[in-house]
Ligand binder design. Sequence first.
Ligand code: CP
Length: 362
Amino acid sequence: MNFLDEQFAIFHQRSLPEKMNFFKREGRLFDVVYAQQFDRALLDMVYKITNSLRQIAKTKEGLIYLQTILGHKRAMLYFNQPSSRTFLSFQNACYLLGMKTSEIRDPTISSEVKGESMDDSLRTFSSYTDLLIIRSQAQNVSARASWLLNTFSKRPVPVMNGGSGSDQHPTQGILDIYTLQRSFEEQGGLDGKTIVLCGDLKRGRTARSLSDLLKNFNDIKLIFTAPKNFQMREDILASLDQHQVSYKLETENLRNVLAEADAIYMTRIQDEHDTFSGESGLIDTSKFKLKMDDLPLLKKNTAILHPFPRRDEIDVQIDSDPRAKYWRQERNGMWTRTALIAYIFNVHLEILDYYQAEKSYE
Ligand code: CP
């Protein structure tokens, strides 16, 4: 352990509220590291900005206006684990607001290959840019980047977690909730709904972050549907208990719970986190997939989501069913991430004002 490892270990042992406070600047959200940083009021604000942005971006004038908002800022995307959606949606979120982007998607082409530590690399990225967006195979890289820059750098920049290990994917959870809310617009909103989460819940950071964010809603019921070895971990269940969120575990068959679902959140097996080759293949997951012949068991308006990438968890024929929301879900990622960046840089009120003014001319 070097000095920084020791100091970060001390920081990491702090309570969650203390760490969440650390990720703020002048009382406002600065670094987006954990799903737990978001309460209902903050989520509502992000979604209000999202809805305004979407409307503004419908016209060429609106798109040109948005590009002036952060045209003086630059973002760095440091993705040392593969990604399609998170990378592209963040990159295009930056473009929508006029930000220029740099990227390193492969540590073998950064100076890490010459022996530079990740800490030094992170500080280097922050030297050139105004925002650091990070995807990492290892847990806590975003938390460490935020701690490192806020503690040692004379020029700390905001850090946004684009997925860290098998633990956290807060911006995915935010886009998932936005998609759920839009899906339930005609059914009284997300409060009171039953959400089935299915797949590798133990190592699925998207399911973990979504579950944690759902505690901000009223009378939600969660059904964690997975083979015993892939069930939701105790830390999330304890957090749900603490917030009196109702949940149950289904370990036999997805079909047993389909009739109850207002939404189904399918996930793939996260075998990139296997401790030995072929580990995941030892577990029978065949009863935890959504098939065409399952559709008659669903309610008329059940929303089907998947954070993607998918393998065979959802039959591709289901894509044309109106209940399948996953293609619009991935697009929602770009809008919610744009809103979040605008909020972090405190330019969201300007966007809301612009939208109100444009609306009043209609
Ligand atoms: N949902 C998600 O994180 O997808 P990518 O791995 O493609 O970014």
